[in-house]
Design a protein around this ligand. Structure first.
Ligand SMILES: [Fe+2]
Ligand SMILES: [Fe+2]
Length: 275
């Protein structure tokens, strides 16, 4: 987890929408309409960005564009970064991305992806921790519980979320208010109908929420926009925000996702970032 606050005041005003087009994309908005009254009564928006795959200074440019776009959107209260921040988990790559994300005016929270682990090291998350802090975390804010889950199994694409992580999640849920809306954030997809890469033990993990008020599971890794609602839970994956990688669904648009929480309604939209 990493939080930053207003490092570069005024940057969004100077560089915002003029340098990076912001377009409401074709991804349909989803209206869940099932949130309990009393929770989430304060409207808010947060951004989710994933798969930046930063390799060098040049490839950090699109991240800078995304950061300026997010800063220019006064509705956004915080940003979640859903993994594959780097290319090969090297500290230099992760730190280049961190320098870019540190320009966010509002707080940000990150989880690692399979490209953020450094397999030659004894502690494969060591470089990630140095740059972004703990690979899992919780945040209580605005009546919601946000859970950042480390979904990685080494550097694999098709993963089993590891037993130690499930144990941690069980403890989190054991302490959680069962009425409180929950957003689960991870790198690997949980979407029941994702075209690829569904977490192998996704159903086991989702069952852990059976007595809780899970409303959202947002992920990356697939490099494509997928939005579906299943049994009252919104599942998403989002296009990559990278110039070193393409989307797996062959769509050309790169960008990030917004989630709008308005009273009892959760809506999402994709925002294009020009590279
Ligand atoms: Fe990726
Ligand atoms: Fe990935």
């Amino acid at each position: 987890m990493k939080i930053t606050r207003r490092h570069f005041l005024g940057l969004s005003g100077a560089l915002g929408l003029a340098s990076c087009a912001r377009v409401k994309q074709v991804t349909p908005d989803v209206n869940l309409g099932r949130l309990r009254p009393g929770f989430g009564s304060r409207d808010f928006t947060f951004a989710a960005i994933n798969d930046t795959h930063v390799l060098d200074t040049r490839s950090a440019a699109i991240v800078n564009h995304a950061v300026r776009s997010i800063n220019a959107d006064e509705r956004v209260q915080f940003t979640v970064i859903l993994g594959d921040i780097a290319t090969d988990g090297r500290y230099q790559e992760l730190n280049l991305a961190k320098v870019a994300f540190d320009q966010l005016d509002k707080p940000y929270f990150a989880v690692p992806g399979n490209h953020d682990v450094y397999m030659p090291a004894k502690d494969i998350f060591g470089n990630y921790r140095l740059a972004f802090g703990a690979p899992h975390w919780t945040e209580n804010t605005r009546g919601w519980l946000f859970i950042g889950l480390n979904s990685c199994e080494e550097d694999k694409s098709d993963v089993l979320v590891q037993p130690a992580e499930l144990e941690w999640l069980g403890k989190v849920l054991g302490r959680a208010n069962r009425e409180r809306p929950i957003a689960l954030l991870a790198h690997h997809p949980f979407n029941p109908n994702t075209k690829a890469y569904r977490v192998k033990n996704a159903d086991e993990i989702l069952a852990m929420f059976s007595e809780h008020n899970l409303k959202l599971v947002a992920a990356g890794h697939y490099h494509g926009n997928q939005v579906e609602e299943h049994e009252g839970v919104l599942f998403t994956t989002t296009a990559c925000c990278s110039t070193t990688r393409d989307n797996h669904d062959n769509t050309p648009e790169k960008g990030y996702r917004l989630f709008h929480v308005t009273g009892e309604t959760l809506e999402t939209e994709f925002v294009v970032v020009q590279s």
